[in-house]
Design a protein around this ligand. Sequence first.
Ligand SMILES: O=C(O)CCC(=O)C(=O)O
Length: 252
Amino acid sequence: MDSELLQRGFVPQPLTPAQYSELDTNGFTILEEVIAPDWLAELRRAFDAIFAREGDKAGAEVAQMKGVRRLADLVNKGTVFDAVYLQPALLMAVFHVLQRPFKLHSLNGHDPLPGSGLQALHADWGQPTVPGGPYHVVNSIWMLDDFTQANGATRCVPSSHHKPGKVADYVADPLADHPEQVHLTGRAGSVAAFNGSLWHSSYRNLSSSPRRTLHCAFIAREHPQQTNQREYLRPATAQRLSRLARYVLGAE
Ligand SMILES: O=C(O)CCC(=O)C(=O)O
């Protein structure tokens, strides 16, 4: 583990050997019961309130998507998000994949509306030239609602983080179903952690219910962030951050 994290008070919470092995082999693992019921209710409330407040500007700091309620820069949009990017099991998963110091890449929200949400299969970072790394990004899907195939649970292609080259080298139509794809399903309160080189995408929500998620992504410390925290950090957020949080945000 990054000694600076430990020095700033991070308490390691190791995953099981099976979870580390899933990260290595399949490129993802599901962490269950990460979000306690009260926190989950607050996160859902905050998601909906921010979207209602921001309207057609919601998500604009990073990317908007037709048919999807997107949010961005959640670090600065409520204390309810403070524990998301410090979740100990998730940080263990991130270090396991990256094997070097990292920082938050961005903290965003994503809710495909009924009938919408299908994305092209993509990776958040290109493949390593040598299978096995080094890798550069780890992303996570915070399930604020039950994630089912019917409501558009994220799809991914297991082990695709080992394939050299780009998705387009293998896949003619990235919107089409892939024969090996699986869905990251789980009960609300679970978090799926995955290697950013894994092929994945949001999927069409065929239900009439929301499928709210937070994307909490981390990047190796030497790279620029998707949301530059030094630029975006609001004084109210800066004031309440612990030394550990400032380091994980890359805010100093
Ligand atoms: O929310 C999801 O299912 C994944 C979304 C995603 O991969 C993206 O927005 O790039």
